[in-house]
Design a protein around this ligand. Structure first.
Ligand code: ADP
Ligand code: MG
Length: 152
């Protein structure tokens, strides 16, 4: 696991863009952190870097929003989920093991359903524009991504 301080929103943008440049079909990225930590903001920069020009928001009543970019983006926000059955209803496995990249806000709420291998990102508010970001990969594939992210 690696943790860094982010001082500006631009730094968040740079990280999200780099991660998007490395994104491959089947990638699963979990974005954890309180309300206002920057999960959706991170996803917006990530989406833009994938070539998605639609506005990415956190939908209140849909768990998943799909966007077409260089590769598809499956944006999950499971904040309002009450039972895992809601995940079954949307056929979540088709997304988790599909042809796009999954970005999941509030992953702790569906932790038992997450694919075994994923990239876990934790954002913590430490100031108006300052954030602490911690990244952990469950396997070498994701650990390599983290290494790449902070190279040079
Ligand atoms: P979440 O999805 O985690 O609830 P949002 O992305 O919706 O959070 O909101 C984060 C807010 O914090 C946005 O208003 C954004 O402009 C602001 N912000 C300030 N500094 C940063 C930063 N360094 N990284 C990300 N967002 C930031
Ligand atoms: Mg959000």
């Amino acid at each position: 696991m690696i943790c860094k301080t982010i001082n500006t929103q631009q730094e968040t943008q740079v990280l999200a863009m780099k991660l998007a440049a490395m994104a491959k079909p089947g990638d699963v990225i979990c974005l954890s952190g309180d309300l206002g930590a920057g999960k959706t903001t991170f996803t917006q920069y990530f989406a833009a870097a994938l070539g998605i020009d639609e506005l990415v928001t956190s939908p209140t009543f849909t768990i998943i929003q799909e966007y077409q970019g260089r590769i598809p983006l499956y944006h999950f926000d499971v904040y309002r989920i009450r039972t895992p059955y809601e995940m079954e209803d949307i056929g979540y496995e088709d997304y988790f093991y599909g042809k796009g990249v999954c970005m999941i806000e509030w992953p702790t709420l569906i932790e038992p359903l997450l694919p075994e291998n994923h990239l876990w990102i934790e954002l913590t508010v430490t100031g108006e524009f300052e954030r602490n970001i911690c990244l952990r990969g469950t396997n070498e594939y994701y650990e390599k991504k983290i290494e790449e992210l902070f190279k040079g």
